[in-house]
Design a binder for this molecule. Sequence first.
Ligand code: NAI
Length: 323
Amino acid sequence: MRIGTDGIIAVVGAGTMGAGIALVAAQAGHAVRVIDTQDAALDRGRQSVAKSLASLVKRGTVDEAGAAAIAGRIGWSTDVGDAAPAALAIEAIVERMDVKIGLFEALARHVAPGAILASNTSSLSIEAMAAAVPGAERFAGLHFFNPVPAMKLVELIPSSRTAPAVIDDLEALMRAWRKLPVRVRDVPGFIVNRVARPYYAEGFAALGEGIDPATIDQALESAGGFRMGPLTLADLIGHDVNYTVACQVFDGYAGKTRFRPQPSQQALHDAGQLGRKTGRGVYDYGAELPAPPFAAPAAAPRRIEAGTDAGDLEALVALAEAV
Ligand code: NAI
């Protein structure tokens, strides 16, 4: 069943990811129902959508009326029964297998038998979840990235029970949402979290060794060419999510050392300093953020000229001219 713009999308979890997914679905023209157990989370989700829409208006991407129409397509509720008319229900709740399974059992009681169920899990096994989801042939992993409106990539993860048509439908839907879907195998961390884990781990290892966090981030951003340093990025993701994923991937690869979770991140997690969402993580978001501790390297020169006699450097000049 292809999901057109008349298909209702339910998003369960109004946090960092759920609010972003709801916005993207509403921008694509769907009626969206966001469900969360916490009224406060729904309020924060609504505010986050309003803030994103205000910045789109400011940039001229949509006009006021368009933004109001997008916001008007999103309903907010604490009742999972409100997912009933959904053609697709996307779960974006706490990263715990037992809680996610409980939610899918509830969703399966409410939605139509043909509706697709998807999990935004970062690190839990889709195969293990599928074993407990009623009607597992219409269930798959659908992994968005943070911030959802900006990040194109979406990982599509079938279990061995997923009907191929369900993956085809999700892929077509993601393209309609202007995302870049990739089909990936159900391995710990899928592709991105497997590749990215050592990036965070090295950042936190350096932090644990006493290196100034702004220096670590600036080094990776300016010299390494990354859009965000590992500590700034982990603060954006949230240390509850990021540390849990680190532990899952480490366990999933039987404790391979390059995936080892770092004590400096565990300390933030245990202290409830979860990053931007709690106002404090590696950095204190209530205070002024530290200025970059050193200047970014100068851009590479557009032209290199050598005099007629480069002496011992002749071989180097020849190489430079060849590229
Ligand atoms: P979050 O902590 O910002 O939001 C989770 C929301 O789920 C909270 O509002 C909470 O009240 C709600 N919730 C918890 N149990 C619930 C239940 N049984 N029914 C309804 N609502 C419930 O978490 P975030 O960061 O949005 O992550 C959600 C999921 O997305 C996790 O599985 C995470 O691994 C995944 N994810 C997170 C990314 C990130 O950068 N934060 C990136 C990609 C995936």
